[in-house]
Design a protein around this ligand. Structure first.
Ligand code: MN
Length: 661
């Protein structure tokens, strides 16, 4: 019987009642991890997964991805949720379907290589808490970074899925780095390491349908291990690539439930179920059951997250991915970073600079954390470099990469850049060639000691070991030592509805009316006027304390000589000077030179104290911006007169971090 005959025979059978395919395409559902990570900034809360958890368990998925990637970071940092607790909670509802997590090799669920002792214990604890499948990748496809975690996965009796990050340097699978031979070689390495399955991890949605066909076909011929394709929808090609992959014999595919699908996420499951219905690769899924899950997600869950959806564009396809071969998430990060620095007009320069930086850094695949490393260095180059000097402000992570701390790059790093980056580098000026984690001192015992008064168990210690600043803050929230701020609390459906109502009333003009009717206080003589610039628009704002007192200003950042008088209003036509360039040190009113934050971020630490003598160029502050640590140098020689923030503080661009006198 041909596939077509079978379709006719089963045309009305959507449910489990149709004949079972001999070799169904196996499906991993990513809704509860990559789905909300891609569309909703990983903000999905455990309480919003529970209403569909039992129903998801009934679908017949090969696995559900519920953890790893950015979830660990986001949960403890923004959601005030214990990441470990999510696995245990979901396990109470999802009892049959195996759990899968994304493990960033030696980076675990963070952005740098952790020491072997931390990596081993992390895997053991993930397994003990309920993880079954470890989808493991390394941003450089350097499998020496698997040497610690893989034996740990295996000794826990769990499934090791080895990834090959899919990357391109040309529009299609070609060029001299990421060729068919490259991927076959990597697959053979993974099989040798004992991979239980091999995943092509196409994080940017770069894989074109006919390349997918050739690639899967070649891999199926080269290795016996089941082949899994993970492809993001971003560029619009993924559903076509999935179909061609099926034709080439792929074993497992990744999808999301419809409300969490498409855009930068993954193809949806329902169209695929219908596509394969009655064929020899029929998933066997009940499409009405999937529809019932969708209804709950659509009505009760998604309204709480809709505000996080990037609705600035009508199109759900990101054509830039096809133009630049870069992940969509990375591009939106770049846009945000430029926006925060009032430099969005430089986006075209960033697009032009990006392939140059990537080439200089060894044509590395662009995936966390390498996408951030390349992205931030690119922005730094565009903002700070001039005709005389390239790579003026090199991030610590680029220095680490040049040292070999992330592993071996696809092609050698530009030697001039490497030399410049490693000048005065703390670990040494000569790059290493060994497995990166070999140069890392054990970290676990120190972490235990650091939080011995705060951590109740090893899972707590690991939160701190992976994320020292935000992890410690989370543990303080968890054990009632510090009140969590209101922004980490969940949004309820009631709040969402109230907001919607407010917007509707505002649109109907009711709110304006109410303000008019209320008594407006008269302006007092303590009124101070401020110039406010928002996206190039100029506003003059009067500020006065209620009751007519003088407004309290916590600090004033000196950007003009103290003697300058308030300037007249800037006409609207002339937008504010984009203040993106690194400012020359300005004499402050208090008689000192200020170190200003060049970008918004979070203070990791100060490396100097008040009273310390510093030389121009010495590192004073480590500022985390866009997940990267930036060492900020002293703008001049002198003595530290004041330090204005502490570890964990968020600072706006331009904030005076310290004063040197
Ligand atoms: Mn992904």
């Amino acid at each position: 019987m041909t596939d077509h005959d079978k379709v006719k025979k089963t045309a009305l059978k959507y449910g489990k009642d149709r004949p079972k395919a001999k070799n169904p395409v196996l499906i991993e559902d990513l809704t509860l991890r990559d789905g909300h990570q891609s569309l909703f900034a990983t903000r999905g809360r455990t309480e919003d997964m529970i209403p569909v958890a039992e129903m998801m368990d009934e679908v017949g998925f090969w696995a559900v991805e519920v953890w790893g990637g950015a979830t660990f970071d986001t949960m403890h940092r923004f959601l005030n949720e214990d990441p470990w607790e999510r696995i245990r909670t979901l396990k109470r509802y999802i009892k049959k379907t195996p759990f899968s997590m994304l493990l960033r090799g030696q980076n675990l669920v963070g952005y740098r290589n952790y020491a072997d002792d931390v990596a081993k214990v992390f895997v053991e604890r993930a397994a003990a808490n309920g993880m079954d499948i470890f989808r493991t990748f390394d941003a450089l496809n350097d499998y020496r970074n698997f040497e610690t975690v893989v034996p740990a996965i295996k000794s826990c009796g769990k499934h090791f899925q080895g990834c090959i990050c899919y990357s391109l340097t040309e529009p299609r699978m070609d060029g001299d780095v990421y060729t068919l031979e490259y991927y076959v070689k990597k697959a053979k390495e993974l099989e040798k390491m004992g991979a239980d399955s091999i995943c092509i991890k196409d994080m940017a949605g770069l894989i074109a349908p006919y390349d997918a066909y050739d690639l899967i076909k070649a891999l199926k011929e080269a290795v016996k291990t089941p082949i899994h394709l993970h492809s993001h929808f971003t560029s619009g090609m993924a559903p076509m690539s999935q179909l061609k992959a099926i034709e080439a014999g792929v074993d497992i595919l990744d999808t999301c439930m419809t409300p969490y699908a498409y855009r930068t996420s993954h193809p949806a499951i329902e169209p695929l179920v219908m596509t394969l219905l009655g064929t020899s690769r029929d998933t066997g899924f009940d499409i009405r059951h999937l529809a019932a899950i969708n209804e709950i997600l659509e009505k009760d869950i998604l309204p709480k997250y809709k505000h996080l959806l990037d609705d600035s564009k009508v199109s759900i396809i990101d054509i830039n991915v096809l133009l630049h071969q870069t992940p969509g998430g990375m591009l939106s990060n770049l846009v945000n970073q430029l926006k925060q620095m009032d430099a969005l007009d430089k986006i075209d320069q960033v697009y032009a600079e990006l392939p140059k930086v990537r080439k200089d850094l060894g044509q590395i695949p662009l995936v966390t954390p390498t996408s951030q490393i390349v992205g931030i260095q690119t922005v730094n180059n565009v903002l700070f470099d001039d005709d005389k000097e390239r790579y003026k402000m090199i991030t610590d992570q680029v220095k680490d990469l040049c040292y070999g701390l992330y592993g071996k790059t696809a092609v050698p790093i530009n030697s001039q850049l490497q030399k410049k980056a490693l000048k005065g580098y703390s670990r040494g000026e000569k790059p290493i060639t060994c497995r990166p984690a070999e140069v890392l001192e054990p970290e676990l015992e120190k972490a235990k000691e650091d939080v011995k008064d705060l951590a109740a168990d090893i899972d707590d210690v690991l939160i701190y070991a992976l994320y020292p600043v935000t992890g410690k803050r989370f543990l303080r929230w968890k054990y009632g030592k510090e009140e969590p701020p209101p922004e980490v609390k969940p949004r309820t459906l009631e709040q969402v509805n109230a907001e919607q109502e407010l917007i509707a009333r505002a649109k109907a003009g009711e709110l304006v009316e109410r303000i008019k009717k209320e008594n407006v206080p008269t302006k007092g003589d303590k009124l101070r006027r401020f110039n406010v610039f928002i996206d190039g628009e100029y506003f003059e704002v009067g500020v006065e304390e209620i009751g007519g007192g003088a407004p309290v200003v916590s600090y004033v950042q000196q950007v003009e000589p103290a003697a300058a008088l308030p300037k007249p209003a800037v006409p609207k036509a002339k937008p504010a000077e984009p203040a993106a360039k690194e400012k020359a040190p300005e004499p402050a009113a208090a008689g000192g030179i200020t170190l200003n934050a060049p970008m918004p971020g979070m203070i990791i630490s100060y490396t100097k104290n008040v009273g310390d003598e510093v030389k121009k160029g010495d590192t004073i502050v480590i500022l985390e911006a866009m997940k990267m640590e930036n060492a900020l140098p002293a703008p001049a020689d002198g003595v530290i007169k004041s330090i204005n923030f502490k570890s964990g503080d968020s600072v706006p661009k331009g904030a005076v971090l310290c004063v040197i006198g």
